[in-house]
Design a protein around this ligand. Structure first.
Ligand code: TTP
Ligand code: MG
Length: 528
């Protein structure tokens, strides 16, 4: 489709650009694990193929989908649908992780604003690239549109917003082309003016296709999606609450009186939910960088026995180990956090210890073996923290000091991830973990410090308010960061009830591997 470039621009409108609207591309790789397996063994390409974890087909190629096989189907059902289905074990995530980082790295060569979402999705904010192309356009230029336009809506070449999105479709095409030519991998792209819409539109035509969504179709497109949970940012808890109000479809939500939403969720949350249903969302791209630590926590009304503590640890540990496996690096420090009852909201106490060196290589390789050993270490930490009777309302686990490697592959570089395997150093002989107490605060109480009510607004301060600078300087970086985070998110619990992308894992309890993987995918909630 080609259209002439308008000779006359609406200058006023153009000056306002990007007026809240940007050009965002979302790329979702096709049948990712299966595609990686087909790259490893091209003979599989023309055959129905599934990747198996335990007794689940986590994904399958598009050949297999022709038989009605879908993601997360049981092996039994998949085999019934297609007896000739070839199954490859997909439990070792190493090849998928490597391809995943190669993709992000390649996309990063185009544009610095790349955000990863799980293993096979990336967002790019290409507003600036588009802007450059826009400025370079000659009068009467022909602007090609690449891929589909949702509902085949006519692009208005008098409208600078349309023109920029059309230019974005060209960039998305180029990105996909580069992925194919350099890495041999295909994916779908969505082009829209925000992350939420770009993600939702990218799956409209699959596989190996792309779709552009114009602003005029936002509402209609959203209404066409049946269930509210299809909106990124509306998680399962919000969905549950909305369903209780009788809201199931996105259209129901669009039409639902805002004042009733406000009654249920409070003013700002209600506003946000309503806006999401209309496709109004302006969260920024969070350029990818490796996490400094992995942690998870669970809060509860009260627990007071060691068995209950052990049970909580058993619930939290497997999913944390799973996340660490997916990351690929290996932690060197283990931390336990608790909140005692009665206690002030934010008061937590922490103890940490180095992970015995002989255990470190087992991360990501022998999680099953690690579980009982780490559990005992954590119980030991717990006993150090608690002398006699106790009542807890929260327990957290954290792994940090993710193993760094020598050479030029510093943390923060994707190459760090890609080269990881070859750089494992020999580990020392086993040693009992040394328990290390986190320095206490100035009023001599253990653990994390209390926070004041009136905070200065900026983090440029070197130390969070009212924290003893000497104590702060001795804390490990991840605890310092946590202090900052706590300080910034002092109303975290209230806001988190909206599931507003806290990055915190939901309280999943003991889960099967597949559930964990599903959880991993769902972790990519937006911030904003
Ligand atoms: P998806 O992007 O959901 O699926 P896909 O890439 O296989 O297929 P599509 O063409 O429809 O995008 O997930 C990416 C990979 O994540 C997938 O290949 C396998 C894995 N995965 C899980 O491990 N657990 C899950 O619950 C899902 C949905 C996917
Ligand atoms: Mg995919």
């Amino acid at each position: 489709m080609e259209e002439p470039f308008p000779e006359e621009q609406d200058e006023e409108e153009d000056e306002e650009w990007p007026r809240g609207g940007r050009v965002i591309v979302h790329i979702d790789l096709d049948c990712f694990y299966a595609q990686v397996e087909m790259l490893r063994n091209p003979q599989l390409r023309s055959k129905p193929l599934g990747t198996q974890q335990k007794n689940i087909v986590v994904t399958c190629n598009y050949e297999a989908r022709k038989f009605g096989i879908g993601k997360l189907m049981s092996v039994k059902e998949a085999k019934e649908k297609c007896p000739e289905l070839i199954l490859v074990n997909g439990e070792d995530l190493t090849p998928y992780r490597e391809m995943s980082y190669k993709v992000t790295e390649l996309l990063g060569e185009f544009c610095p604003l790349v955000e990863r979402l799980g293993f096979d999705e990336n967002f790019l904010d290409i507003t600036e690239l588009v802007e450059k192309k826009f400025q370079e356009l000659e009068p009467n230029s022909q602007i090609p549109i690449f891929g589909h336009v949702y509902k085949e809506e006519a692009v208005n070449f008098q409208d600078p917003v349309h023109i920029r999105l059309a230019l974005g479709s060209g960039i998305a095409w180029e990105l996909r082309d580069r992925l194919r030519s350099q890495l041999g991998i295909t994916g779908c792209a969505g082009i829209a003016s925000n992350k939420s819409l770009a993600k939702m539109i990218s799956g409209v035509f699959k596989p190996d296709q792309q779709t552009l969504l114009l602003p005029e179709n936002h509402r209609e497109f959203l209404s066409s999606l049946d269930h509210i949970q299809k909106i990124p940012g509306i998680g399962s808890k919000t969905t549950e609450r909305l369903e209780k109000l009788g809201v199931r479809k996105i259209q129901d939500l669009q039409e639902f009186p805002v004042f009733l939403l406000e009654k249920e969720f409070g003013i700002s949350a209600a506003q946000r939910i309503h806006e999401l249903s209309l496709g109004q969302e302006n969260s920024q791209i969070i350029p990818w960088k490796p996490p400094q630590s992995f942690s998870d926590e669970d809060s509860f009304p009260k627990i007071s026995t060691e068995e209950e503590v052990r049970e909580k640890i058993r619930e939290l540990l497997p999913k944390l180990l799973e996340r660490i496996s997916q990351d690929g690096r290996k932690p060197q420090t283990l931390r336990l956090g608790i909140r005692k009852f009665p206690g002030k909201n934010s008061r937590r106490e922490f103890r940490q210890c180095p992970i015995p060196k002989h255990l470190i290589p087992k991360f990501g390789q022998e999680n099953e073996e690690l579980l009982p050993i780490l559990e005992e270490i954590l119980m030991k930490l717990f006993r150090k923290m608690i002398g006699g009777k106790f009542q807890l309302t929260l327990l957290s686990l954290g792994f940090s000091k993710l193993q760094e490697f020598p050479g030029n592959l510093g943390k923060g570089s994707i190459k760090f991830y890609l080269k990881r395997e070859s750089q494992n150093k020999e580990m020392d002989t086993p040693r009992a973990p040394k328990i290390q107490k986190i320095p206490e605060n100035s009023d001599k109480k253990p653990g994390i410090l209390d926070f004041p009510r009136n905070f200065p607004a900026k983090k440029e301060e070197k130390v969070p308010p009212d924290v003893d600078p000497e104590v702060f300087s001795e804390l490990p970086p991840e605890i310092q960061e946590e202090l900052w985070t706590q300080w910034r998110n002092r109303d975290w619990e209230r806001r988190n009830s909206l599931e507003k992308s806290s990055g915190k894992a939901p309280n999943l309890g003991m889960r099967s591997q597949c559930d964990l993987l599903r959880y991993w995918k769902s972790q990519g909630n937006f911030s904003g």
